[in-house]
Design a protein around this ligand. Structure first.
Ligand code: APR
Length: 320
């Protein structure tokens, strides 16, 4: 059977890391696309040349032509401009909306059957716009945010409790921004919910509040340290986890920016929710129950995402 084809739209920091991870995990043949001439070609060749030592097979092609993504099974989109220090994800809106138009049209023309994972920020608005521009089914277009935000939360919790990161599960919902909702009640260590661990004296409410806030600021913390760009290792790993769930029909339960129409009281919008990813893309949005406080935080986050979508419509009336 032919190897799956993975098209990476954007060959910058995240795109290059995605290609490297896809190679090492032997997920399929990789096409790196970018508007910058030489960058995707150089990264593809560099990664291919690591094959003999690493011991993977597969083809790696860099390109500036959308024709080369033809028939891709998965497209992961990082094309656009990342945050600089002091910039919010929303500052990127106008620039990256134009990029989503060209990427959406490219995917529509050449890879209409792909499972599309968007990473470009501001995430929830960009994945919505990308779906609109591409015209692909809603269950095949999804945004990567919750897996990354949850991974950050899990890392901070594992450090706090001095336990393996593997034993920490955590849920972060809502928009990928300052209003994201880390759900403490649904997060556990080996199945023990965080509120119980506070009662057991493993940590305090104050320390938990600080971890929640650090999770919300997780992206900005990296931007502040790097100064010339934003996070790329963990974002790439998170998107690869989603791509693998689709390619291997794993039916993983992962928080993603998915199209929600009915569940969680939402009507036709993209926002971070628990989903099941399998061979049909987003197979299910998990309609969890939230308590009053969680619902209030989630509503605030949903309102922030809706505001961004309205801003997109104002910038590009064809989306209205
Ligand atoms: N089509 C294709 N590629 C494009 C386009 C376009 N219209 N416009 C820009 N690019 C390419 C750039 O040439 C660059 O190589 O997108 C790439 C982006 O790479 P980086 O600048 O290194 O950004 P990266 O760190 O990979 O982040 C990409 O993901 O997390 C988000 O906020 C982040 O929106 C940003 C995106």
């Amino acid at each position: 059977m032919a190897r799956p084809k993975i098209a990476l739209i954007g060959a910058g920091q995240i795109g290059g890391t995605l290609a490297h991870l896809a190679a090492i995990k032997e997920l399929g043949d990789v096409v790196l696309f970018d508007i910058a001439e030489g960058t995707p070609q150089g990264k593809a060749l560099d990664i291919a040349e690591s094959g003999p030592s690493e011991g993977f097979d597969g083809s790696f092609k860099g390109t500036n032509s959308y024709e080369d993504i033809a028939g891709a099974d998965v497209c992961i989109v990082t094309a656009g401009v990342p945050r600089k220090p002091g910039m919010s994800r929303d500052d990127l809106l106008g620039i990256n909306l134009k990029v989503m138009r060209s990427v959406g049209e490219g995917i529509k023309a050449h890879a209409p059957n792909a499972f599309v994972i968007c990473i470009t920020n501001p995430l929830d608005a960009m994945v919505w716009a990308l779906r609109e521009f591409s015209g692909l089914p809603h269950n095949k277009v999804v945004g990567m945010a919750g897996v990354l935000d949850s991974a950050r939360f899990r890392h901070f919790l594992a450090t706090e409790f001095n336990v393996s990161m593997r034993d920490v599960t955590a849920f972060v919902l809502g928009g990928h921004g300052d209003t994201m909702v880390p759900l403490v009640r649904y997060s556990t260590v080996g199945g023990i919910p965080l509120p119980d661990l506070i009662e057991m004296g493993w940590t305090t409410q104050e320390r938990m509040d600080a971890i929640v806030q650090r999770t919300r600021d997780g992206g900005a913390e990296i931007v502040g340290l790097l100064k010339t760009g934003s996070a790329f290792y963990a974002p790439a790993t998170s998107a690869i986890e989603m791509a693998e769930a689709y390619l291997k029909d794993q039916r993983r339960l992962l928080p993603c920016a998915a199209y929600v129409d009915g569940a969680l009281g939402l009507k036709g919008m993209y926002v971070g929710v628990p989903t099941i990813i399998g061979a049909n893309g987003i197979e299910r949005v998990v309609d969890i129950k939230m308590n009053k406080d969680e619902q209030a935080m989630f509503d605030k986050s949903v309102a922030a995402v809706s505001g961004l979508v309205e801003a997109c419509k104002a910038i590009d009336p064809s989306l209205a």
